[in-house]
Design a protein around this ligand. Structure first.
Ligand code: GDP
Ligand code: IMO
Ligand code: MG
Length: 424
């Protein structure tokens, strides 16, 4: 039976959502992104070809699948054009199967400039953003100063709204010789993209609702992860959107029953890129080993990712908030050569045991992880496609996670390639 499935990151992003979405896209008719922007970097490897997508849903790699970018996404129009050119270079024909919401806000060059200035101003408290202008674009949206896709089709309105930015952002833009502060140039460059956006712009809420009524199945592709959610993550060390399940609905204009199943993507250990609390972080040789074997470098910025053991406390938070039905555990193979594997089962704060993530950042910064230790499996799981072919210790590790989180394991990923997967 076809179902509408949401695939959401349960940690701090980079869980392997791109790979899982690509895998599940084979069964779906439509793949939709609902939040975030080009801060996302979703990697898909098919055969010898590697694709890194930032804005375009990972389903685009499958010929014939329809892809939507919803109103909740902040779209960098120039970035989108670059990504389309990249797909064309790789021989992927996207014509007539990628659409964007006319109500989506745009990320414009001045947002990236402001992102950089704000990060500088934060000094030692900088977030370590991706510098893709995400925060400033969402600020404009919420302040009702944003420029949306539909504004591209009304040149006078576009010009007025761009000129208005000079007034409200004078502290950033006035007197700047940075090209990104040049509103006239931005207007001119946007004109070149108008024909493209005329092709792409749709009422995504309406089209998806009709598709659901017509029995089509939709795969919702989350970006970032639960712990980066602006409300429920490690604020202020978070992104600026709701990365959790609610964001799927508001970001696409759908009712609550549109999602029939939630698949949480869980990396077999934890990574985080950028600043902020990370209780199980390993700043030692074990952490370096995870980074080396897992090739943990950002798909968007190339920054080294911080690495640590699996954190069940953070995962309980993600499972609860998203109503996760089942999980996809990725990168199991990265743990193959660790003789001891630790799992964080609780936090300790000033002698008190915690089983849930404290909402006060100051507390989260001071918790100490409480670990349970397991023997590793010391065998190569790369490319294994059957659960029973995993060694006993690897199966025990997975069962321990599923039992604690009270979820089913639906997928285990044993390598970056599409076929390196166990469907449980
Ligand atoms: P996303 O942002 O959640 O889509 O994840 P990223 O693409 O940023 O990072 C995940 C990285 O892990 C990518 O380089 C993937 O190619 C890779 N990857 C995904 N699944 C596996 C796996 O099971 N094993 C290994 N070794 N690599 C994987
Ligand atoms: P995917 O979809 C990992 C992090 C940044 C920074 C914080 C805020 O590939 O999992 P932003 O640019 O959003 O204002 O940065 O959020 N971040 C991500 N980390 N994966 C992502 O996306 C991320 N998108 C943003 O590193 O700490
Ligand atoms: Mg990523």
């Amino acid at each position: 039976m076809k179902r509408n499935v949401a695939v959401l990151g349960c940690q701090w992003g980079d869980e392997g959502k791109g790979k899982i979405v690509d895998l599940l896209a084979a069964e779906a008719d439509i793949i939709a992104r609902s939040q975030g922007g080009a801060n996302a970097g979703h990697t898909i490897i098919v055969g010898d070809t590697k694709y890194v997508l930032h804005l375009i849903p990972s389903g685009i790699i499958h010929p014939g699948k329809i892809c939507y970018i919803g109103n909740g996404v902040v779209i960098d129009p120039f970035g989108l054009k670059e990504e389309l050119d990249f797909l064309a270079e790789k021989g992927i024909d996207y014509t007539g199967r990628l659409f964007v919401s006319a109500a989506a806000n745009l990320v414009l060059p001045y947002h990236k400039l402001i992102d950089a200035v704000e990060e500088r101003n934060r000094g030692t408290e900088s977030i370590g953003t991706t510098m893709r202008g995400i925060g400033p674009a969402y600020v404009d949206k919420v302040a009702r100063n944003g420029i949306r896709v539909a504004d591209l089709f009304a040149p006078d309105r576009l010009r007025n709204r761009l000129e208005y930015q000079l007034k409200i952002k004078s502290v950033y833009l006035a007197g700047s010789d940075d090209e990104r502060a040049n509103i006239n140039l931005t207007f001119e460059k946007l004109q070149e993209l108008v024909p493209l956006f005329k092709e792409l712009a749709r009422d995504v809420s309406l089209e998806l609702t009709r598709a659901i009524k017509n029995g089509k199945s939709i795969l919702f592709e989350g970006a970032q992860g639960t712990m980066l959610d602006v409300d429920l993550g490690t604020y202020p060390y978070a992104t600026s959107s709701n990365t959790t399940v609610g964001g799927v609905l508001t970001g696409l204009g759908l009712g609550p029953k549109a999602i029939e199943e939630v698949v949480g993507v869980v990396k077999a250990y934890t990574t985080r890129v950028g600043a902020g609390p990370f209780p199980t972080e390993l700043v030692d040789r074990t952490g370096e080993k995870l980074r080396d074997i897992g090739d943990e470098f950002g798909a968007t910025t190339g920054r080294p990712r911080r690495c640590g053991w699996l954190d069940l406390v953070a995962l309980r938070h993600a499972v609860r908030i998203n109503g996760v039905d089942s999980i996809a555990v990725t990168k199991l193979d990265v743990l193959d050569s660790f003789s001891e594997i630790k799992i964080c089962t609780g936090y300790s704060l000033n002698g008190e045991d915690l089983s849930e993530v404290p909402l006060d950042l100051a507390e989260l910064c001071h918790v100490k992880p409480v670990y349970t230790s397991m023997d590793g499996w010391n065998s190569d799981t790369t490319g294994i496609t059957k659960f029973d072919d995993l060694s006993e210790n690897a199966r025990d590790y997975l069962r321990y996670i599923a039992d604690d989180l009270e979820v089913k394991i639906r997928i285990v990923s044993t390598g970056a390639k599409r076929q390196e997967t166990i469907l449980v």
